[in-house]
Design a protein around this ligand. Structure first.
Ligand SMILES: *Cc1c(COP(=O)(O)O)cnc(C)c1O
Length: 379
């Protein structure tokens, strides 16, 4: 069986996790702090908050930026459902901005048009959440510029994109956003089992994220209301969740981030080989903006024979996948009033999309098998 993506766990990873299991602190200990620091080093962000999933990180990111009832969140329909769901968790309204058919990312021109209309109707979004699809960064400069004009905040859903670059900047640097979120689910670039992270350069957002992640509880004397001294005293000063990452997970993450460049380099190598071998076939290959550098979480091709190609590959044990059925076409979102046809670029892309296997443990031989089956398909 060849999956479209999967984790790569080595002996070092296993040992680091065992070390934590044998230590005094298996939840909030020194390893989480270290992993958090490493994420800051890697992305050049000032602050990072580890969470038990990217979904939790997106949720508290929205709350930290003040999203609530009566507010509006816009995201991309070409994403996992979590990107939109978190808006509803905050009792806000959710809408979508269609994708650029070339990059499959939120289209900055469509965003501008939609903002102009929304301004007339007094329905401007409080937060815009671009999604770095497949690991390729969105047009962040354009989106940032629009945020100045229309006054919205930006959360980058970079679940696919740790290890990617936007121009010279590591994704996660937050130079063009308020908060960036990563996922450490096993299919993503690095894993903690389940896990996620939010990065930011803003101290008050960071402090807010920390509180939201852990019951709204603090032991920081400068924030505490209670002046009684004693090591047992903590203050709950706001409402928060338990979205913390354990040290067991963080140990895996810390061990994995040490190999992140290896992981991403191998993914890029695989992409390059697909580019070269598949160019003559009747497939549309994923466009790469030469100014950026994708982490290649996915290698999405397009074909009008998608269903047939999908079935043939599956029958050969190659578990390709489709990313994504546009969120607004899901039954839940249709019930909320969205219609088929609302975001035609996303729908058109979805009808032809196929994500080929790409991950660290995909050997040359296995990739060759995928390529040969695609070459033998007569369209
Ligand atoms: C995986 C993913 C998520 C959710 O990540 P979890 O860590 O599983 O919560 C959100 N958005 C996108 C784009 C994703 O790919």
């Amino acid at each position: 069986m060849i999956p479209y993506s999967r984790q790569s766990i080595n002996q070092q990873d296993v040992e680091e996790v065992i070390n934590v299991l044998k230590s005094d602190m298996i939840t909030q200990g020194p390893i989480s702090e270290k992993f958090s620091e490493e994420i800051c080093n890697y992305t050049s962000a000032e602050y990072s908050v580890l969470t038990n999933s990217a979904t939790s990180a997106l949720h508290i990111a929205c709350l930290a930026l003040g999203l609530g009832s009566g507010d509006i969140l816009w995201t991309s329909p070409n994403s996992y459902v979590a990107s939109a769901n978190v808006g509803l968790f905050c009792s806000a309204d959710v809408d979508f901005v269609d994708i650029d058919p070339k990059t499959f990312n939120m289209c900055a021109n469509s965003l501008e048009e939609k903002l102009r209309e929304a301004e007339k109707d007094c329905k401007l979004p409080k937060i815009v959440m671009p999604v770095h699809f497949a690991g390729q960064a969105c047009d962040m400069k354009a989106i940032k510029k629009l945020s100045h004009k229309y006054g919205f905040k930006i959360i980058e859903d970079a679940s696919h994109a740790i290890g990617g670059k936007y121009g010279e900047h590591a994704v996660g640097s937050c130079i063009f956003s308020d908060i960036t979120v990563f996922s450490f689910h096993p299919v993503k670039i690095i894993t903690t089992g389940e896990g996620g992270c939010a990065t930011t350069n803003n101290r008050s957002i960071y402090e807010n994220l920390k509180l939201l992640c852990s019951h709204g509880v603090t032991r920081d004397p400068s924030k505490m209301i209670t002046k009684t001294k004693g090591n047992w005293v903590y203050d709950q000063i706001s409402l928060g969740f338990n979205y913390r990452m354990s040290d067991i997970s963080a140990a895996l993450g810390l061990s994995q981030i040490r190999r992140i460049n290896q992981f991403v380099d191998r993914r890029r190598e695989i992409a390059k080989r697909y580019n070269k071998e598949l160019i003559k076939l009747n497939l549309a290959l994923p466009y790469q903006d030469p100014r950026n550098s994708s982490s290649f979480h996915l290698y999405p091709v397009q074909t009008i024979h998608r269903n047939d190609v999908f079935n043939i590959l599956w029958s050969e044990g190659i578990k390709v996948n489709v990313h994504y059925r546009p969120i607004h076409t899901q039954p839940f979102w249709q019930k909320r009033g969205f219609l088929q046809g609302d975001f035609p670029n996303s729908e058109h892309y979805y009808s032809r999309a196929l994500s080929l296997p790409i991950h660290f443990e995909l050997t040359d031989e296995k990739q060759e098998k995928v390529i040969q089956i695609l070459k033998s398909f007569k369209s």
